[in-house]
Design a protein around this ligand. Sequence first.
Ligand code: HEM
Ligand SMILES: *[C@@H]1O[C@H](CO)[C@@H](O)[C@H](O)[C@H]1NC(C)=O
Ligand SMILES: *[C@@H]1O[C@H](CO)[C@@H](O)[C@H](O)[C@H]1NC(C)=O
Ligand SMILES: CC(=O)N[C@H]1CO[C@H](CO)[C@@H](O)[C@@H]1O
Length: 324
Amino acid sequence: MELKKGSLMVIMLLMVMGIIGEAQLFPNFYRSTCPNVESIVRQAVTRKIQQTFVTVPATLRLFFHDCFVEGCDGSVLISSPRGDAEKDAPDNLSLAGDGFDTVIKAKQAVEAQCPGVVSCADILTIAARDVVALSGGPNFQVELGRRDGLISFRWRVTGNLPGPTFSVNLLNWIFRKNNLTQTDMIALSGGHTVGFSHCTRFANRLYSFNSTHQTDPSLNPSYARQLMQACPRNVNPLVAINMDPTTPNSFDNAYFKNLVNGEGLFTSDQGLFTSFQSRATVNAFASNQASFFSAFSAAMVRLGRTGVKTGRQGEIRRDCSAFN
Ligand code: HEM
Ligand SMILES: *[C@@H]1O[C@H](CO)[C@@H](O)[C@H](O)[C@H]1NC(C)=O
Ligand SMILES: *[C@@H]1O[C@H](CO)[C@@H](O)[C@H](O)[C@H]1NC(C)=O
Ligand SMILES: CC(=O)N[C@H]1CO[C@H](CO)[C@@H](O)[C@@H]1O
């Protein structure tokens, strides 16, 4: 047993040093340099959720946007006085400040115990897992060892994030670019079981679908009426509504049950059920929460591998919002 443990450590060490190929992520990356990092972050995230539930969706979405643009490297956290960083892209308006605040608070707590050791990218990864676990979702092991990236540009967001009008084929294409399968894409879309959307992101489905149908016929009619009430024409662009109309504050499989009922908010959501190629998976997740949870956990781990920097690449940022 001891011998096995020892040789495992040597293998891990060799991997870190890049001797047997590229450095990789692994769960106990900070075992000797910051052994309590996960409990420190969990505590900071718990405290933040007690202040506001928005912490949950805001942090989860921030992780997704970080990973799909430039890789999971904390590049989305950079603030720029000139307004040309990733977070200044048009999609930023909807990245709630509480996600950034969660990472900043967790980083402060981590720095107090292990200064200069843990990357902002890893803190965001742990925090994204924690908000899921703390709102009723699965608790799963995350891989660590990411380094923080050295670039963050607004223009590099273009074309790398999926839009709410995307078809299943387009979604598959953009997830495949990030080494994720259709099943990963469907499971991760289940993140829309928490959080908010602004009316502008789906108003086309209510008022200007096409010349014969004013309203998207794949929308459940009573849900459509509900949405029109919450989002009348020319509504204030700041108005946002729950994406899961049934259990908005709980990470569960209600999102998939909603899709089966025609209550998916975006074209990209409802398309997962209306398209033949993805419907069976939606049905499976709708009828079995455990199978959704295990697919979601696995997909989050794979999402967390996207375009990561390891070894000597990048840096360990002191302040998550600025390069060293
Ligand atoms: C499949 C493609 C996806 C599309 C087209 C999409 C699109 C969107 C849009 C348009 C919003 C609303 C933004 C707003 O108006 O405020 C949103 C919110 C959100 N998305 Fe996605 N998303 C996708 C995948 C994901 C994934 C993979 C995750 C994470 C696992 C995720 C998590 C969230 C969360 C939690 C919110 C709520 C944010 C908040 O309340 O602050 N989304 N998404
Ligand atoms: C409008 O959308 C419906 C439902 O998707 C479709 O059957 C119909 O052909 C579309 N009509 C036009 C004019 O595009
Ligand atoms: C996808 O996987 C390949 C092979 O492991 C790797 O070279 C590539 O960098 C990955 N792409 C992303 C976006 O992580
Ligand atoms: C909330 C937020 O950060 N909004 C900014 C988004 O980006 C534009 C420029 O593209 C800024 O003007 C906003 O202040």
